[in-house]
Design a protein around this ligand. Sequence first.
Ligand SMILES: NC(=O)c1ccc[n+]([C@@H]2O[C@H](COP(=O)([O-])OP(=O)(O)OC[C@H]3O[C@@H](n4cnc5c(N)ncnc54)[C@H](OP(=O)(O)O)[C@@H]3O)[C@@H](O)[C@H]2O)c1
Length: 263
Amino acid sequence: MTDQRPLALVTGASSGIGLELARQFAGAGFDLVLNAEDDELTAAADALRVGGTTVTPVRADLRAIAGVEAVWSAVQATGRPLAAAALNAGVGRGGAFVDDDLETQMEVIDLDVVSTVRLAHHVLRDMVARGEGRVLITSSVAATMPGAFQAVYNASKSFLQSFAEALVEELAGTGVTVTSLMPGPTDTEFFDRAQLQDTRVGSGSKDDPAQVAEQGFTALMRGEQKVFAGSLLSRVQAVAAGLIPDRLKAKAHRQMAEPGSGG
Ligand SMILES: NC(=O)c1ccc[n+]([C@@H]2O[C@H](COP(=O)([O-])OP(=O)(O)OC[C@H]3O[C@@H](n4cnc5c(N)ncnc54)[C@H](OP(=O)(O)O)[C@@H]3O)[C@@H](O)[C@H]2O)c1
């Protein structure tokens, strides 16, 4: 019975949007390979092991190549085809670029960009060889604006957005779809981890990660290219941002993300 269920990989699955994406997959009858770095993953995996869902948790640090390879090995060890993958793990980092420790900034790129590209290469090669599969890449509305006081993070999400949309075109006709999920500010551990608590965006209203994940999952299953996710207001704001010059968006981002802007 088990191996008739489709299998999905979700990274960053221990909290926030990734945990809710895993819930969406489980609710739709998928078995799961879940990745995160810390022990919180064990509780997430246990909570998802209901209704016959088989869950394989893989604790690994995706900032390291060895962590990426451990996740891919765990997928292969199931001996089952990967029907879907949500490449979602990511962290932000607030503050002025020149004041921050460089290695901390580089780790944002290692996780958000490098691990996503590495995993996507494994996953997509396998899916294209089989002629089927669905990949969701968690980008952000941050991809659409220069991120003053969160410069490396926004640039990383811009990379992912361009990468995902390019793959959509490259993979046309292969049976494999790529969808980018573009949430606005969402109520997760993100802002604490990124040290953005004392900023306007950190202290402002946020969307429900369950709603974001549901919209991302629906877009993934429909094979849509991208989805602005969250409340109606967030989605309208994301579309409107496309009309604003980058220089103005960078200034607006300063107002949202400069340390102390939270008032
Ligand atoms: N929240 C927002 O406003 C927002 C908006 C747009 C896009 N996003 C994107 O959404 C994605 C999920 O973030 P979230 O908001 O749900 O935040 P979150 O609650 O902090 O979740 C981040 C997830 O990534 C995992 N992770 C962090 N570092 C890792 C590492 N080195 N190796 C493996 N896993 C690691 C975390 O697991 P551990 O706890 O084990 O480290 C956790 O499961 C990210 O790509 C983020 O950029 C978030």
